[in-house]
Design a protein. Structure first.
Length: 553
């Protein structure tokens, strides 16, 4: 199977309006972890925000027309909570900002919807705990006075609410939005496991009207402001986030094969996503041009890593090795944050150049070991896919001077280098926000903690008794062109598993016959289908369960 890829830009042309009703089915949850650090509401990405994953907007043609391109409309968000407040951070890519229009909803803005009980009600707002807040860019530099103008559906409980816009200073254009809203104002109980209705919306006016809209959840149309049933689902989790990312430990007996495939165990840890772009000579063309999500794990002997990389143009030849396409990993075993250069003891800078693909074993000595040549036991492999490439590695902790001790704090940075033809045009990093001096000063790196055991991964045990019917999310998702669908049957009987397109047409029948109780899986290939969203449906004598998946070629 190819590795999971992030669907950064899906201009969903031609989606039918009646798809909206399908959103009441089970889908992907928007994870909202609990923070131990209160961010400053200034429109900037505090350290604690960097340890959270991005949730990308998934539709872009919900308005009158499709955006001109990525630069015209693109968005991504993060959320977290504590005992008092809900916090949100939104990055809005928008090359033309318009704050004046007779209709307030046709001005550039980010809208946030929440339903404290996740009722998925098909009627209009219930007037109790459904909220629709419109953060209009026109409020910039006058946010405090405009808290009362956000559009509180349930009343005027605005005490304690703060928000701040910050225009993006890069050549890409756009703005940042950060907010803090009391949970009480949203009627949300501060309880781990609490599910809420959620939608993020981005409005784009390029001069005369609101031409296009992006949304996190709704695929087509613009009725989010009418019906909470069209919103997605978020969950307040008990995963604690700080200003240090946690590297999870895999249990004894867990085998991770270094083959370039994203084993499910990787996703049990905290993903490390890129938070800066353009640290080199220029800003990337778009998010498809240079982006990576990284997963790190460890056991008693090794550090394991997986770079899931998006790069549409791969260049392996340049007189300067650092100007070739690749990913870099920096570690400092004692997290010294030394303001001087590498100490030559436990600071490590490794470069996995794409040029090493097919010759990895011979290239281990060329990874750039700062601390010496302790390469015994190191493995890595590079695998191409249609959206870029993936790097998986295993490095002995001894080679990195990192003790396998829970709670050990280390310095960390992850970097991606992008050459689209002549030189290294751009660089993206997890931690450093500007410049390119990571290779000089460990003081510029972020911080990671060697954490506790991953959850959901155990040593092999007898198969459990299945006591219900269930349909799991396909893996990988998005996929190209193959994926696997997992499902469980409570009892023996007739089963039908089929796939449908957005028009409701059946495009594949994967299972149609009698099956025994227990857990099953079946492969599905979309090689003969076009890119887009599909639904797969499990039918038994007593259950009908539907989920969605995304094919991206």
């Amino acid at each position: 199977m190819t590795a999971r890829k992030i669907l950064f830009l899906v201009l969903c042309v031609g989606l039918v309006a009646n798809v909206a009703a399908a959103k009441v089915i089970d889908g992907v949850l928007y994870e909202i972890p609990k923070t131990t650090i209160v961010p400053v509401i200034d429109g900037k990405m505090d350290a604690v925000w960097k340890t959270l994953d991005w949730n990308f907007q998934n539709s872009y043609d919900n308005g009158n027309m499709v955006p001109d391109g990525w630069y015209d409309l693109f968005g991504a968000s993060k959320m977290m909570w504590d005992d008092e407040n809900l916090y949100g951070l939104f990055y809005a890519q928008d090359d033309i900002l318009v704050d004046v229009h007779a209709n307030s909803w046709e001005r550039d803005a980010v809208e946030f919807y929440s339903d404290a009980e996740n009722s998925k009600g098909t009627a209009a707002f219930d007037g109790v705990n459904d909220q629709h807040l419109s953060f209009r860019h026109e409020f910039i530099d006058n946010e405090t006075a405009n808290v009362a103008n956000l559009g509180w559906i349930t009343g005027t409980v605005t005490d304690g609410t703060e928000f701040k816009f910050l225009d993006d200073s890069t050549a890409m254009g756009g703005y940042w939005l950060e907010f803090k809203i009391p949970l009480e104002a949203l009627s949300i109980p501060g309880i781990p496991g609490q599910e809420i209705g959620v939608e993020w919306q981005q409005n784009d006016n390029d001069g005369t009207s609101r031409e296009s809209i992006s949304k996190w959840w709704l695929d087509a149309g613009d009725n989010s402001w009418l019906y909470p049933s069209l919103w997605g689902t978020g969950v307040l989790t008990d995963r604690s986030v700080t200003d240090a990312v946690e590297i999870k430990k895999v249990p004894a007996g867990t085998t991770i094969t270094i083959d370039g495939e994203l084993d499910p165990v990787y996703t049990q840890g905290d993903p490390i996503t890129q938070n800066s772009h353009g640290n080199g000579n220029m800003v990337p063309t778009d998010f498809q041009d240079a982006f990576t999500r990284t997963y790190l794990l460890y056991d008693d002997d090794n550090l394991y890593g997986y770079f899931d990389t998006y790069d549409e143009t791969l260049v392996d030849v340049h007189a300067n090795s650092w100007e070739r396409d690749g990913v870099e990993l920096y570690t400092d075993a004692d997290n010294s944050k030394g303001p001087t250069a590498f100490d030559g003891v436990n600071d490590t800078h490794l470069s996995f150049y794409h040029a090493f693909m097919g010759n990895e074993a011979a290239s281990i000595a060329n990874l750039g070991w700062i601390t010496g040549t302790v390469t015994d036991g190191t493995e890595f492999v590079i695998v191409d896919d249609s959206l870029g490439y993936n790097v998986e590695f295993k490095i002995p902790l001894e080679a990195l001077s990192i003790p396998a001790i829970e709670g050990q704090i280390i310095g960390l940075e992850v970097q991606m280098d992008d050459n689209d033809g002549t030189s290294r045009e751009s660089i993206s990093k997890w931690w450093l926000e500007s410049g390119d001096n990571s290779w000089l000063y460990p003081a510029l790196w972020g911080t990671a903690t060697m954490g506790s055991l991953v959850t959901g991964v155990e040593e092999k045990k007898p198969a459990p008794v299945v006591d219900s019917y269930s349909l799991e999310q396909n893996y990988p998702n998005p996929f190209n062109p193959s994926t696997t669908i997992f499902y469980s049957l409570k009892s023996n009987g007739k089963v039908r598993l089929s796939v449908y397109d957005l028009m409701g047409r059946e495009v594949a029948v994967l299972v149609d016959g009698n099956q025994s109780s227990g857990r099953h899986d079946v492969a599905f290939s979309g090689a003969n289908l076009t890119s887009g969203i599909y639904f797969y449906k499990l039918q038994t004598a007593s259950e009908v369960i539907t989920k969605k998946m995304t094919l991206m070629k």
